[in-house]
Design a protein around this ligand. Sequence first.
Ligand code: GDP
Ligand code: IMO
Ligand code: MG
Length: 429
Amino acid sequence: MPLDIIIGAQWGDEGKGRITDLLASQASIVARYSGGDNAGHTVTVKGKIFKLHLIPSGIIHQDALCLIGDGVVINPTTLLREMDELAQRGIDVSPNQLQISRGAHLITPAHIALDKAAEARRGHGAIGTTLRGIGPAYTDKAARSGLRAGLLADPEGLADALSQHVAAKNEILTRIYGAEPLDATAVAAQYAQFGQRLRPYLVDGHVVVHQALADGRAVLAEGAQGTFLDLNHGTYPFVTSSHPTAGGALVGLGVGPKQARRVIGVAKAFTSRVGGGPFPCELAGETAARLRGTGENPWDEYGTTTGRPRRVGWLDLVMLRHAVAINSLTELVLTKLDILSGLKELPLCVAYELDGKRIAHFPTDPNLLARCQPIYEKLPGWEYDITQARAMAELPPTARRYIDFVIEMLDIPISVVSVGPGREQTIFM
Ligand code: GDP
Ligand code: IMO
Ligand code: MG
């Protein structure tokens, strides 16, 4: 009864989408378990680029059923746009291939307006959210005033719930933020149309997952965001409002820990972060520009969802050790090794110095973390292009040394290394 979970081991954008695509061919179900369209997952197949926000990255393979699980928050506008774009490119997004759990929550224009108003009010302390309404939607969920996807099949219930929802949010928008109110009738009309289109997709997600597991069929859980954006275990308050960690996969899909077989942490060969918050290994200047790229290549470090330049730094093994522990990772996947080609020296952060003391653990308190200075060990780089390598033996010895060093320091295996965005640009270890 194998459940394999793909987790972002850093601050998101590690390459979870491309790894999900890679492993999807072995799965019967690929399920997103948390987050919403704040996620941007890029899959590159035969030079064609697919950017997914809500639909699991398994959709490209078309071998597995893709499920949007209970832990997800859905903006129906984004979902339908994504479905239409995929359909235009010949990908089947009918209910045979895609299903939505009734327990997932809906994002509304009021959530988006509140996200924008709250970020503007935070001023210099802004989180740097994706402005997709994620925080307000999860806030409503926790306050037990959210709208669940199941309502899409109940036109009257949906209209009532939306009318109350928009009225309540309009009070906050106008009285607290001095923002414009939303037109409740227009929102209700729009969501009634969404209901008509999405109704055939609704299922009880946990039932679909349990049936697969009972039949011995493999379920692949696709994470969004990353461990350090987790509401409990990330760099709070500079986090998202859900649980991208392995625990989030279990509650997001409705399965217990005994079901998990592999917990696969995806990490970039360096570190990136979009949005605010402390980042001990952050680089500035020429090296940062080198790691980030200019934006000319599709894989350069600019947000898939917002287009913002990502902050970048060297690989932080203190963070990764924390991610191994928080998620009980069974293995790591290391992506974007090719980006390090041509750099003479590769520093890896092995510990922090905090107030004059060496520490090996990751403090999640942002005030402590902001005072942490990275302690680096430097490994030699490699000169030549590695994007054609398909086996460890085809990598230069210094690249192999880099991989081995990570394995030694984290004490878990690396199962896959990727050397380019393409599906075939992978080395199975
Ligand atoms: P996700 O959010 O974790 O799915 O990651 P994103 O898709 O947001 O960001 C990862 C980016 O790196 C995408 O543009 C991928 O196509 C690209 N990518 C993934 N793996 C590799 C790799 O090994 N090498 C290079 N050059 N690009 C990669
Ligand atoms: P994927 O799945 C990187 C960040 C935002 C912001 C913080 C809160 O592509 O890895 P939110 O809109 O969630 O309230 O924003 O979280 N963030 C991400 N950063 N990759 C993501 O997703 C992210 N999703 C949210 O930039 O700092
Ligand atoms: Mg992304």
